[in-house]
Design a protein around this ligand. Structure first.
Ligand code: HAM
Length: 421
């Protein structure tokens, strides 16, 4: 237990944290381009927020939440997603009183007690955006185009954008009734989850991964055939905008997302080489969520992208950048006395903004040179007995192999000059 992390968690080690930083840098650049600003909400919230927000018939709420009672007997939940938290924060901090729409992005860990496998973890990270306050399809197109821009900027290809409309409280009851009618005589054949979904949330049957359920749901009526006029024209408007912007998409009338708050637009971006966990991005509109959380009726739309899945996709396409561990100077002392001087020089170099390191392991000169090459270091500043006595330092350029004996005080200015070249 002491040397093994909890199941479904992963350490991000130094040999891959540079990849995370790279992806996060692209996220920030793209969000800046699209005028979205960062929000950071706590990793835990009152459980009630997720019960209300995500919906108590969803898998997330029924089976996957990390919920505990704190010392003051409050029920607390580690966030399984960040849309509900963003909406809570939007209301609590009155973000609606600023210029609208409110355009937010976030990066951070989420927690779901799911069965871990490649691409599915219990602590995972999402990059997500939420655009709150605009109702027309143009903002839907913007949100989708941001996800596409991000994935394109990383160089990923073979992505498939699926879109659907899941209707609204006006048209969905009609569709629900049609679905229930369709499944009525097939009900007994469905898995136990779907049998209970039949009454509570029949649309989720369409999304079930169980083969028998998939077989029995073939030929089920489509939501798209039941959309009210408003939802129909919203969906048509979105398609027009995506087409005009050159963003290719596929309409998938069976796309039902696993969260209850969706209305109208629902979408997913899949990267099929990831196999069972091929959804890199999922999102949609949630026009009822803000009112559900106690605010004025306000429309909203967003998505979240699983960062681990993006990294897996980048790895598959050999698109991960090499991690830069290079330093400017490695200070190599020989002997105890030289070590004190080396530390003083090292401090001066670092305080001057120069990336530097030194030997802390009493290595031999040969081993220190080998070690310096591992970073790699551009220069080695050597302090042996002679250099120590003469208050000098031997500077070796590791690219050219040339050496120069200079005064200790000249080291920082010399390196600064070299860095400007
Ligand atoms: P979601 O579909 O539950 O949507 O998750 C979005 C993405 O997070 C998935 O497509 C996947 O890439 C990643 N993901 C989900 N669960 C895991 C897991 N256990 N391990 C690794 N990655 C995972 C939401 O979370 C919504 N809040 C999206 C949204 C924002 N809708 C509107 N605004």
């Amino acid at each position: 237990m002491l040397t093994t992390g909890p199941r479904g968690t992963k350490d991000i080690l130094p040999d891959s944290s540079g990849h995370w930083q790279y992806v996060e840098k692209i996220i920030r650049e793209v969000c800046h381009n699209f005028a979205y600003q960062e929000i950071r909400t706590p990793v835990f919230e009152h459980t009630e927020l997720f019960l209300r927000g995500i919906g108590d018939t969803t898998d997330i709420v029924e089976k996957e939440m990390y919920t505990f009672t704190d010392r003051a007997k409050r029920s607390i939940t580690l966030r399984p997603e960040n849309t509900a938290s963003a909406v809570r924060s939007y209301l609590e901090n009155k973000l609606y009183s600023g210029p609208q729409p409110t355009k937010l992005f976030y990066i951070g860990p989420m927690f779901r007690y799911d069965r871990p496998q490649a691409g599915r973890y219990r602590q995972f990270h999402q990059f997500g955006i939420e655009a709150i306050g605009a109702e027309g399809p143009a903002i839907d197109a913007e949100v989708i185009s941001l996800a596409v821009a991000f994935l394109n900027k990383l160089g990923l290809s073979d992505l498939k954008l699926l879109i659907n409309s899941v209707g609204c409280p006006q048209c969905r009851p009609v569709y629900r009734a049609k679905l229930q009618e369709f499944f009525q005589d097939k009900r007994a054949h469905l898995c136990s989850d779907c049998q209970s979904r039949y009454d509570r949330n029949p649309m989720r049957i369409l999304d079930c991964k169980n083969e028998t359920c998939a077989k029995y749901s073939q030929g089920a009526p489509h939501m798209l055939d039941c959309l009210c006029e408003e939802c129909g024209s919203h969906f048509a408007g979105l398609q027009e905008l995506l087409t005009a912007a050159g963003i290719s998409f596929v309409i998938n009338p069976r796309l039902v997302r696993g969260l209850d708050y969706y209305t109208k637009t629902a979408f997913e971006i899949q990267y099929s080489p990831l196999g069972a966990q091929s959804a890199v991005c999922g999102g949609g509109r949630y026009d009822g969520l803000i009112a559900e959380c106690g605010g004025q009726p306000t429309p909203g739309i967003g998505f979240a992208i699983g960062i681990e899945r993006v990294l897996l996709a980048l790895e598959k396409q050999a698109l991960l950048p090499s991690i830069n561990t290079a330093i400017d100077v490695f200070v190599a002392p020989l002997g105890t006395e030289a070590r004190a001087v080396a530390f003083q020089l090292l401090t001066e170099l670092r305080y001057a903004g120069i990336a530097a390191d030194m030997d802390f392991m009493n290595r031999s000169l040969k081993a220190q040179m080998k070690y310096a090459n591992k970073y790699p270091a551009k220069f080695v500043a050597l302090i042996g007995e002679d250099e120590l006595a003469a208050q000098k330092v031997m500077v070796k350029n590791m690219d050219t192999g040339s050496q120069e004996l200079i005064a200790r005080t000249a080291l920082v200015p010399m390196i600064l000059e070299e860095m400007e070249k």
